[in-house]
Design a protein around this ligand. Structure first.
Ligand SMILES: [Zn+2]
Length: 367
């Protein structure tokens, strides 16, 4: 698989690409200026969260996501559909769905916000995202057939409406200055519904396609991830939404996915769980490509060397593992910053290795 790019108005996204989740316009634990040194080129923000806090108009008034958080690279915004689905299946009274769209709030004290195809696209354009998602209706993989059928019908209908709204709003914008528009393939575990959804979305025509639903069950990628990739035309840009562990990422890449986003590396970093010992010899197989170092383990307290001698991140080039173990024990926020920088660097080194594969080129240093 050769190294390709997704061109956007704020530069090319090298593929494959790992995109950290800046859910609330912050990659937790890291100043925006520290991101380029980790090799991160693109970030993903949550439309539902930013609509709710600080509100679309505030972000817009402060220069969109880019001006707001001081980021100059490409930004992907999600549709908010997954967030609304999570609220729909959680505490009662936080979300509703109708043919017109989704309504959600994060707590009973908040007012409801509406995600319709129109408001979903308008909001993402106001946020200034460079890759924009059509509204979709996510389901639990074990939801009844009627619910899966409703999800696919609404996802197709909303995608058509989003396509029309988007085309109208960017009509006066030069093509190279327009965001890219992606759509999500739903269908749960039903292969026929996945195919129906993929076919309809391809007919509408999008710049890329995301995998909808839970991509992982019991620590393994679900079969629908690969199935969905096969349903889309060769050469499509495929986004493994919410993928995942290093091993899941590599497995999805082998199925044809080239964009990945997940909160895992930064969430694990804040818990003192670091990825180390990248094994690029396993990129073709099902073996492990990473190991886990837990800073709570006593063995790190007197460790004089870096957490990962092969890593060129700020942590590994500047500090011993023993020092990081100390920062976690005294609960200093620098522990989260350094560990997050390291885990993101692990993921960007991994995707860089995939870009070079199978030619054998190892990760380019990003400085
Ligand atoms: Zn490192």
């Amino acid at each position: 698989m050769s190294h390709s790019v997704l061109p956007t108005r704020r530069g090319d996204i090298s593929l494959p690409q790992f995109v950290p989740d800046a859910t609330r316009a912050v990659v937790r634990g890291l100043p925006t200026g520290a991101l380029p040194r980790t090799g991160v080129e693109t970030i993903l923000v949550s439309t539902a969260h930013l609509m709710s806090q600080p509100g679309t108009s505030v972000v817009r008034a402060l220069g969109g996501v880019h001006g707001f958080m001081g980021w100059t690279g490409p930004v992907i915004s999600d549709s908010g559909g997954f967030q609304a689905f999570s609220l729909l299946t959680g505490q009662k009274g936080l979300a509703t769905v109708s043919d017109a769209g989704l309504s959600y709030r994060f707590s009973p004290k908040q007012r409801f916000r509406d995600l319709t195809p129109k408001s979903c696209i308008e909001t993402q354009l106001h946020l200034g995202a460079d890759v924009v998602y059509c509204l979709d209706y996510c389901t639990h993989p074990l939801a009844p057939d009627a619910e899966q059928e409703k999800s696919v019908a609404l996802t197709i209908r909303w995608a058509a409406e989003c396509r029309a709204v988007f085309d109208r709003l960017v009509a006066d914008t030069p093509v190279e200055q327009r965001p890219k528009l992606f759509a999500v393939v739903q269908g749960g575990q039903r292969a026929d519904l996945r195919a129906r959804c993929a076919d309809a979305l391809v007919d509408l025509g999008f710049d890329g396609y995301g995998f909808g639903g839970y991509p992982v069950a019991a620590g393994q990628l679900v079969a629908e991830v690969e199935l969905t990739a096969r349903l889309l035309p060769p050469g499509s840009v495929l986004h493994g939404l919410g993928i995942g562990t290093p091993e899941s990422l590599v497995a999805a890449w082998r199925s044809g996915y080239t964009i990945f986003d997940c909160t895992l590396p930064t969430r694990n970093a804040r818990r003192g769980v670091l990825y180390t010992s990248m094994d690029t010899a396993n990129l073709d197989g099902d073996g492990r490509v990473s190991r886990i170092a837990r800073m709570s383990d006593e063995k790190w307290v007197r460790a004089p060397g870096p957490v990962d001698p092969d890593c060129d991140c700020e942590l590994c080039t500047g500090y011993s593992a023993g020092y990081l173990a100390h920062l976690f024990r005294v609960e200093d926020s620098l522990a989260h910053t350094l560990a997050s920088a390291h885990n993101l660097r692990f993921y960007t080194r991994l995707t860089a290795a995939l870009r070079g594969h199978p030619a054998g080129a190892l990760p380019r240093a990003v400085r």
